[in-house]
Design a protein around this ligand. Structure first.
Ligand code: HEM
Length: 191
């Protein structure tokens, strides 16, 4: 009896401590807010795709090609065909099928048409994680670089690789049609 009273008191004070940790600091409150907002956006985007019966027709695969940052920006999901491209660790992926994440109004819509590497590495959704000029990521630490590579693998598994993100002055690769057909075959197998 006395034990259970002591345990209840200990549980009570632990709960109080967790609450005061979470709600006592403005930074934690802000982070909770961001998490809540993202969960809301993800659930809302799921609901809206569930209740929208006319599925958008799938876009034809893009020809394999490299992109400058400026060329990448054109694919922010707001163009006529709504295609969305994102670069991660120097590779450009067609993420149109993940439009509920990256399309206009999606929780990660700010990545559309951009190099998302720094934002993913630093787990940041701030505009400052998206540079206007080419980002060589050279100031990131090894953990952050490891995280970029993990994201890259995740994108590689889920989305179609379209080509490289070109460094300033770098010439685009001339891809042969065979390479393009190989890519399409791999995509078909993956689907
Ligand atoms: C703490 C707040 C966050 C919560 C609660 C959250 C929640 C989620 C959830 C539930 C998913 C999976 C959705 C699904 O598969 O249906 C997801 C995916 C994802 N999240 Fe977050 N997230 C948070 C923060 C972030 C941040 C800060 C970033 C990037 C800087 C980020 C980037 C992503 C990406 C890239 C995906 C994968 C989308 C895809 O499959 O293409 N998340 N998030």
């Amino acid at each position: 009896m006395a034990d259970s009273t002591v345990n209840d008191a200990a549980d009570g004070s632990l709960v109080m401590r967790i609450f005061s940790e979470l709600f006592g600091s403005p930074l934690n409150l802000a982070l909770l807010g961001v998490c809540g907002f993202l969960i809301y956006k993800i659930i809302a985007s799921r609901r809206s795709t569930d209740t929208l019966p006319p599925k958008e027709p799938e876009l034809p695969p893009l020809k394999k090609q490299d992109f400058t940052l400026e060329q990448l920006r054109e694919f922010d999901g707001k163009g006529n065909d709504g295609r969305v491209l994102i670069a991660v660790n120097g590779k450009v992926f067609d993420v149109t099928k993940g439009k509920r994440f990256y399309g206009p109004g999606g929780p990660y819509g700010l990545f559309a048409g951009h190099d998302a590497s720094r934002a993913l590495a630093t787990f940041s959704l701030g505009e400052d994680a998206l540079k206007n000029e080419y980002d060589d990521l050279s100031d990131l630490n090894s953990l952050q670089m490891e995280s970029v590579r993990e994201w890259e693998m995740q994108f590689q598994e889920k989305y179609v690789y379209v080509g490289k993100l070109l460094k300033p002055g770098e010439q685009p690769t001339e891809y042969s049609d065979t390479e393009d057909e190989e890519k399409t075959e791999t995509d078909k197998k993956a689907d």
